[in-house]
Design a protein around this ligand. Structure first.
Ligand SMILES: NC(=O)c1ccc[n+]([C@@H]2O[C@H](COP(=O)([O-])OP(=O)(O)OC[C@H]3O[C@@H](n4cnc5c(N)ncnc54)[C@H](O)[C@@H]3O)[C@@H](O)[C@H]2O)c1
Ligand SMILES: CC(C)C[C@H](N)C(=O)O
Length: 367
């Protein structure tokens, strides 16, 4: 990969390689765009097959966070970290402390949080070295695990999508197929069950399926069968790339609304489902509850305020549908337009000089 060429193409600001021999830390921090504010995005720990694969993932995920944060209305830019390693075997305290010091060195240009392979306990260790970490334990006055917040946002966004497709946002009696019943989807299923939806679930983890069957009266199906079940709404909550040439012909749902990142294998799959009349709630708009929740820590965490903002994912999804209609484009493109329009507007308004340099992090520094 020609790095500078790629960075220029998508207008990345910065790419950093962090190495600590003693602890085995090999981290890549990508900062995509800080027009709206400091770059906030989680840290993913994963067993990458090559360094190139890790770099590509960091870059792709960082850009995704620029769009997610902008569409969510946050005053934050986009960034992400990947740590190369096996999260089940390679973690140690010194590694996350070393990583925390590298983040501190960026002086607030990048703020981290959880992502795949990292936990609240890891964030608590990073917090020993830097203030620029969120998703830390409630014991520190913070927001903790972001998954329940993400689930609530998906629930709200799903209601907006149901309104678009069925004329009512009630999910009572709706048949909802949920792919993956892990951290986010367990809480999502609880909201859906409480509203009277009928659930069909699948997971490669049998215990996770059993819990949903017992607690929510869900019907279980094999992982390969979830795409073709008779349902009103399909909620992808496991993997990326699951809307693709193989799965689209099987779909019976009128709505796709779930937490998974990067649901469309390629942009053209977003065009195909649009032409089929399926209402697609774009992934990074509907799954922004977690980042909205952790971002609230920057103001001194207030759960009520955070949940109010997460509720607005309903309105954000409606805005995406309105842009799609206004411009005659699929919803995945409309989401990009929502984010890009906000970034451009703010870029222009920021051109005025401001003497006191007022900054989202100034409250944090004073703590
Ligand atoms: N946790 C958050 O706050 C958050 C925020 C934004 C986006 N997301 C995205 O939402 C998705 C779920 O996140 P999570 O934190 O709940 O993760 P998780 O690992 O807790 O849950 C994912 C579940 O999917 C299952 N799964 C994996 N492969 C599968 C397959 N082929 N078929 C069926 N099930 C399969 C896993 O066994 C697991 O139970 C991910 O794509 C994640 O990137 C999560
Ligand atoms: C900041 C984190 C809570 C972000 C989360 N991992 C996401 O993909 O949205």
């Amino acid at each position: 990969m020609e790095l500078f060429k790629y960075m220029e193409k998508y207008d990345y600001e910065q790419l950093l390689f962090c190495q600590d021999k003693e602890s085995g830390l090999k981290a890549i921090i990508a900062i995509h765009d800080t027009t709206l504010g400091p770059a906030l995005g989680g840290t993913r720990m994963w067993m990458y097959n090559s360094e190139e694969e890790a770099i590509e993932d960091a870059l792709r995920l960082a850009r995704g966070m620029t769009y997610k944060n902008a569409a969510a209305g946050l005053n934050l830019g986009g960034g992400k970290t990947v740590i190369i390693g096996d999260p089940r075997k390679d973690k140690n305290e010194a590694m996350f402390r070393a990583f925390g010091r590298f983040i501190q060195g960026l002086n607030g240009r990048y703020i981290t949080a959880e992502d795949v392979g990292t936990t609240v306990a890891d964030m608590d260790i990073i917090y020993q070295e830097t203030d620029y970490v969120t998703g830390i334990s409630p014991e520190f006055g913070s927001s903790g695990n972001p998954s329940p917040a993400t689930a609530y946002g998906v629930y709200r966004g799903m209601k907006a999508a149901a309104k678009e497709a069925f004329g009512s946002d009630s999910l009572e009696g709706k048949v909802i197929a949920v792919q993956g019943v892990g951290n986010v989807a367990y809480h999502l299923c609880r909201h859906l069950h409480e509203e009277g939806a009928q659930l069909i679930v699948t997971d490669i983890n049998k215990e996770a399926v059993q819990r949903a069957v017992e607690e929510f009266g869900a019907k279980a199906v094999d992982p390969n069968d979830i795409y073709g079940v008779d349902c009103d709404i399909f909620a992808p909550c496991a993997l990326g790339g699951i809307i693709n040439d193989q799965t689209i012909p099987q779909l019976k749902a009128k709505v796709i609304a779930g937490s998974a990142n990067n649901q469309l294998k390629e942009p053209r799959h977003g065009d195909i489902i649009h032409e089929m009349g399926i209402v697609y709630a774009p992934d990074y708009v509907i799954n922004a509850g977690g980042v909205i929740n952790v971002a609230d820590e920057l103001y001194g965490y207030n759960r009520e305020r955070a949940m109010k903002k997460i509720e607005q994912i309903y309105d954000n999804i409606e805005k995406v549908f309105a842009i799609a209609k206004r411009d005659g484009i699929p919803t995945y493109q409309a989401a990009d337009r929502l984010a890009e329009e906000r970034i451009e507007t703010m870029r222009k308004s920021r051109s005025q000089f401001l003497q006191n340099g007022h900054h989202i992090l100034s409250r944090r520094r004073g703590r």
